[in-house]
Design a binder for this molecule. Structure first.
Ligand SMILES: [Zn+2]
Length: 541
C-alpha cells in the first residue's frame, strides 16, 4: 500500500460500510476500508502511515456550481462585500480613485464588485452616476452587485462605453435614466457586464496561473471537485479558446488541486454547434478536467426583480422579469447540446423560467430520447411544488445554494408572498422525492466554502436569530450527500468519486469535528485540516 489512513472516525457515504476507522490507498485509489487492525495488515516497508488522531474524515466536498475564473478575476478587484453603509462604499471608491491618480496609472479603472445594498444601514439605493462622479471624478468607475445582474457606472465609464448619448425614449440598452432623460448610471442583466467588452482577454499563461491559484484555494476549503462555469465569463465572446487551452495545460501538467467539471457556458447557437464539435461531451485533460455540461442563462435575479415569475412581484407589480431567450432560441440551444449528448444546466430563479426550461427539456428528450441525460436547474429558487414533481418525473437535477438562504430569507416573502415563498427553496421535498440535489456556492456570489452551505442547509438560519421555513431543511446526513456523492452524480462520476469506496479515487477531507455528532449551530466552527485528492495531500492546515 502507498498510504494507510488509520485511527480515524471515517464516514464513507457508502451504505455498504458507512463508518470505518482506516482506509488503504494505492495509486490514488481506495483499495480497502475497515478497522485499524484489518487495514494495518497491508502495511509494507514503503507504506506511509497517516495517523488521523481520532479525527473525522469523509469524502472530499464537491461544489456543484461556481465560477472559478470569475472568482479569481474578482479577487483582483475592489471588494465591497463587507460594507455596512453607502457612505463606506463611496469612501472606498474615492480612496481607490485617489490611488490610481497618485500612481499615475492612466487608463486604469476603479473596478469594484460584490456590493449588496440590502446590507447597508444608511441608504439602500444604488449610487447613481452623479454620486460616483463625486467619489471618483474622471477616473472611470464601475461597481457590480454581488449577484452580477446589475452594475453602476460614473460618467467617464459611460463615455468610454459609448453610452452617454443614450436617451430613455430611444435606447436599446437595459439601463436606467434620470427624469431629465440622461443615463442614471445603472445597467441591468447582460448590459451590467458591457464593461467586459472593454476588458483585456487574459493570456493562456495568465489563465493557467489563475487555475493553479484558484484550485489551491478550493483545496484549502476541503473541496476535491467543483462544477465551474468559466467560458465566456471573463471576456465574453472572446475568451473561450484561451480558457480551454489553459485547462488543457493545467490538467495535463497536473497543476490543478481539485477536479473541475466544466459547465460550458456557450449561449449562442452557432458558437455552441462549433463548441460541441470541437469539444465532445466528456473531453478530459488528465484526470482533473472534464467538459461535463452546457450552461445557459434563463433569467435574472430576485433582488433585481429580473427573475421571471408565473405571477407578478408582490412588491412590484410592474416588474416582468427578464427572459434571456425566447422559447425558440432556448430550445434550439437545448437541441444542439442534447444532440451531442451534453446535458444542459440552466440558471433559473423564477418559476416562470422553470416552466420554460422544463418544457424545453421534455421537448428535446421526446424528439430524441437519450438513456441517461442529466439536465439540471441551477438555483431552483422560486418554484411551485408541481414543478418539483415534474423534475422528479424527468430526472432533472437540482443545483442549489443553501447559503443563499441568509440573504434571501429577508426578501423572498416580500417578492412573492408567503404562500409561494413556502414552496420555494424546498430542499426537504427534493430529498423526499428522490430528486438528485447537489449543493454549491455560486462563488464569487458567496465564498465557495462548503461548511456554511451545510450549516444553512440544515438550520435555515435567517440571519436574525430565527429559522426561515425550517420545515424545508434537510438533515446533516442529506446535506453531506449534497456536497459529496450528489456532486459526483451531477458529474457522471458517481462510480469513481463522491464516497470512500474500494475502487474509487481517494478523495478525502479531514475535519476538526464530526459533523454528524455536533449541535448544528456549531457547524460553522468546523475547520478543514487536510484535503486529499486522488491519494495525494493537496492541502494541510
Ligand atoms: Zn452562477
Amino acid at each position: 500500500m502507498d498510504r494507510i489512513f488509520y485511527n480515524g472516525v471515517i464516514k464513507t457515504v457508502d451504505e455498504a460500510q458507512p463508518l470505518v476507522s482506516a482506509v488503504c490507498v494505492q495509486n490514488g485509489i481506495v483499495m480497502r476500508t475497515g478497522s485499524d487492525e484489518e487495514m494495518l495488515k497491508y502495511k509494507t516497508e514503503n507504506t506511509e502511515l497517516i495517523d488521523l488522531g481520532g479525527k473525522f474524515m469523509m469524502p472530499g466536498f464537491i461544489d456543484s456550481h461556481m465560477h472559478m475564473l470569475a472568482t479569481y478575476a474578482t479577487s483582483l478587484e475592489l471588494d465591497l462585500g463587507g460594507c455596512k453603509s453607502k457612505k463606506e462604499v463611496l469612501q472606498l471608491l474615492s480612496d481607490e480613485a485617489d490611488r490610481i491618480r497618485r500612481e499615475g496609472k492612466d487608463g486604469e479603472w476603479v473596478h469594484a464588485c460584490n456590493f449588496n445594498q440590502d446590507y447597508w444601514s444608511d441608504d439602500k439605493t444604488v449610487p447613481s452616476r452623479l454620486e460616483l462622479d463625486e467619489a471618483c471624478g474622471d477616473v472611470p468607475c464601475y461597481m457590480q452587485r454581488c449577484c452580477g445582474h446589475t452594475a453602476s457606472h460614473n460618467t467617464k465609464a459611460l463615455e468610454i462605453m459609448g453610452l452617454m448619448g443614450e436617451r430613455a425614449e430611444t435606447t436599446t440598452h437595459n439601463m436606467k435614466f434620470f427624469p431629465d432623460g440622461t443615463p442614471q448610471g445603472q445597467l441591468f442583466e447582460g448590459d451590467a457586464e458591457l464593461i467586459l467588452d472593454f476588458a483585456e482577454v487574459p493570456s493562456v499563461e495568465e489563465l493557467v496561473h489563475w487555475i493553479e491559484e484558484e484550485t489551491a484555494r478550493c483545496a484549502a476549503l476541503g473541496l476535491v471537485g467543483i462544477h465551474s462555469d468559466d467560458l465566456n465569463m471573463v471576456a465574453p465572446g472572446r475568451d473561450l479558446e484561451n480558457v480551454m487551452a489553459a485547462f488543457k495545460i493545467a490538467g495535463e501538467t497536473n497543476r490543478m488541486s481539485v477536479k473541475v467539471y466544466e459547465q460550458c457556458r456557450v449561449e449562442e447557437a452557432d458558437e455552441l454547434r462549433e463548441f460541441v464539435r470541437k469539444y465532445p461531451k466528456g473531453t478530459a485533460y488528465g484526470t482533473r478536467f472534464v467538459t461535463n455540461s452546457i450552461k445557459e442563462m434563463g433569467d435574472g435575479s430576485l433582488g433585481a426583480h429580473s427573475a421571471v415569475l408565473r405571477g407578478s412581484y408582490a412588491n412590484d407589480p410592474e416588474a416582468k422579469g427578464i427572459r434571456i431567450h425566447d422559447d425558440a432560441e432556448m430550445f434550439e440551444l437545448f437541441r444542439i447540446a442534447h444532440g451531442a449528448g451534453y446535458p444542459v444546466v440552466v440558471h433559473c430563479i423564477g418559476d416562470g423560467t422553470v416552466d420554460q426550461v422544463l418544457n424545453g427539456f421534455e421537448l428535446v428528450q421526446n424528439e430524441n430520447p437519450l438513456p441517461d441525460i442529466r439536465n439540471g436547474i441551477v438555483h431552483c429558487q422560486i418554484m411551485g411544488t408541481d414543478q418539483l414533481y415534474r423534475m422528479q418525473r424527468n430526472n432533472v437535477l437540482a443545483y442549489v445554494q443553501p447559503v443563499f438562504c441568509r440573504a434571501d430569507a429577508g426578501i423572498v416573502d416580500d417578492c412573492v408572498g408567503p404562500e409561494l415563498a413556502k414552496q420555494s427553496y424546498n430542499w426537504r421535498l427534493f430529498c423526499d422525492l428522490g430528486v438528485h440535489q447537489s449543493g454549491g456556492s455560486d462563488c464569487p456570489v458567496e465564498p465557495c466554502d462548503p461548511i456554511p452551505n451545510i450549516y444553512y442547509a440544515v438550520t435555515r438560519d435567517n440571519g436574525k436569530g430565527g429559522s426561515w421555513y425550517p420545515e424545508n431543511a434537510v438533515t446533516i446526513e442529506e446535506a453531506i450527500r449534497m456536497f459529496t456523492i450528489e456532486g459526483a452524480y451531477a458529474g457522471y462520476a458517481e462510480a469513481t468519486r463522491g464516497s470512500i469506496t474500494p475502487g474509487k479515487y481517494a478523495d478525502f477531507v479531514v475535519l476538526s469535528q464530526d459533523l454528524t455528532k455536533i449541535d448544528p449551530k456549531d457547524i460553522l466552527k468546523t475547520k478543514v485540516l487536510m484535503t486529499v485528492l486522488e491519494g495525494e495531500t493537496v492541502f494541510e492546515a
